[in-house]
Design a protein around this ligand. Structure first.
Ligand code: NI
Length: 251
């Protein structure tokens, strides 16, 4: 594989710290460890996935097979497999010249993902809200309480998923629920962005609390309106961010 361009920089004059002397972003973020060969693929995939989702490996960072193989004391084979999985999840982009780089997480398909969620989750609310019981409300409340204090992005994504799924629990269409669950899983990549970079954390928590109140009153119409607000917030934040970036690029 051709090494990325940034690695081929001309030598800096004496006294100036050269790029080669600095830690590569991957080495600065991921700890060296000796992995068991049979576990290597899964662990490498998870380490990189989390580093991408929590922003410590930003968009455009080169992720090199040989470097990871050295870091984890394994051959390139499990590394290549792990990178292929991450590419399939849309977290890495592999180009002929640069090799694997961290993909742009917030792209045009982000608002499409939310549009689709709205479509599916509206249906689930209609089916489920009239039938929700105390156990469902308790599950939703528990997810809300934990989500408000959780610091780990992966756990937060899981709790957000648990909350929304609790309100859909009584929908009888299992295939619908599977699709919704996939959409919520995919949301992990937008969660950090929306909650922290766009400062929406408090509003998101409030949306959840309001939705639970409406669900407890079996008020499907209000649940639908609140879901729409909740998802539209994310779409707006993403659209705003993309527009600002577009303006910055053309300025
Ligand atoms: Ni939510």
């Amino acid at each position: 594989m051709t090494p990325p361009v940034e690695n081929n920089r001309v030598r800096q004059p004496e006294g100036v710290k050269s790029r080669a002397q600095e830690k590569s972003p991957v080495r600065a973020v991921l700890e060296a460890e000796q992995l068991q060969p049979h576990l290597a693929r899964a662990i490498i995939e998870e380490r990189i996935r989390l580093a991408i989702l929590d922003g410590s490996l930003p968009t455009g960072t080169a992720v090199r097979q040989q470097e990871l193989a050295n870091l984890y004391g394994v051959s390139r084979m499990p590394v290549r497999e792990a990178l292929r999985q991450l590419e399939a999840q849309g977290l890495l982009t592999v180009t002929h010249h640069k090799g694997a780089v961290v993909a742009e997480l917030i792209n045009d398909s982000a608002s499409e993902a939310y549009d689709l969620r709205l479509l599916l989750e509206r249906e689930a609310l209609c089916l489920s809200v009239p039938l929700l019981d105390e156990a469902d409300f308790a599950a939703a409340q528990q997810a809300i309480d934990q989500l408000e204090v959780e610091q780990d992005y992966s756990m937060m994504a899981q709790l957000n998923r648990d909350f929304h799924m609790a309100l859909y629990a009584k929908a009888s269409n299992r295939r619908l629920l599977r699709l919704i669950d996939q959409g919520l899983e995919e949301e992990e990549r937008y969660l950090r962005f929306n909650m922290f970079e766009m400062g929406l954390a408090d509003l998101i928590h409030q949306d959840h609390r309001d939705q639970l109140e409406a669900a407890k009153a079996h008020d499907t119409e209000r649940c639908l309106a609140l879901l729409e607000t909740h998802l539209q917030r994310a779409i707006d934040a993403i659209t705003r961010y993309r527009e600002d970036k577009g303006q910055a690029a053309s300025a």
